[in-house]
Design a protein. Structure first.
Length: 202
């Protein structure tokens, strides 16, 4: 869907800027491409009923078309977005991204410490951060995004909220740019280049 495509382009652009500024060893191309494919299966969890028109995704053009695609994805991959993304990556012979996507999900729910983050793939960490800089309306501050997630899915816990704030502070120590300089205006010009990216299978 156009809304999902735009989301992944925004996340990839944020991820690219962060990866290229990473102080320690980091495969910036891998991190950028990981961000570009991280939500490939998310259409399976969207509300594409008639009541969704004018929702947080904006007006959905060709709604029947996307409903048909969603139904095909449900039959092929099931209703879980993570499983659908993994299935698509396997089918596309892009399995090299799956471990990092799994690790990003683990870090998100684990409230990972600096010690654990030091052992993680930088690509997984960058995806975790970049995805939490993008709301349906565009690139935002990290705290606006955390509040958006809490409003849409329910607050996880006070400790998780505190962890998210700590996490951004930790990320800032890992890069040589000011994270607040990453805005919707700075990422939008990167979309054409990202759309022309060639993903190499194993």
């Amino acid at each position: 869907m156009p809304q999902l495509k735009t989301h992944m382009l925004r996340v990839a652009a944020v991820g690219k800027l962060v990866a290229e500024a990473w102080k320690s060893e980091c495969d910036a191309d891998f991190a950028t491409q990981l961000c570009l494919v991280h939500d490939l299966g998310n259409i399976v969890k969207f509300d594409l009923t008639e009541k969704s028109r004018g929702s947080k995704f904006g007006e959905i053009d060709n709604l029947q078309h996307w409903q048909d695609i969603q139904s095909r994805y449900w039959k092929k991959y099931g209703h879980d977005a993570h499983d659908a993304t993994t299935g698509i990556l396997q089918e596309a012979k892009l399995e090299k991204f799956i471990d990092a996507i799994n690790e990003e999900e683990e870090l998100y729910f684990a409230e990972a410490t600096s010690e654990k983050l030091a052992l993680a793939n930088p690509g997984s960490i960058i995806l975790l951060y970049a995805d939490c800089r993008v709301t349906p309306a565009g690139v935002s501050s990290y705290r606006v995004r955390v509040n958006d997630l809490a409003e849409r899915y329910g607050a996880k816990s006070e400790s998780w909220t505190k962890w998210t704030y700590w996490f951004e502070d930790w990320i800032q120590t890992q890069v040589n740019i000011d994270l607040s300089s990453i805005t919707e205006r700075s990422v939008t010009p990167m979309f054409d280049e990202l759309l022309e990216s060639e993903l190499q299978s194993l």
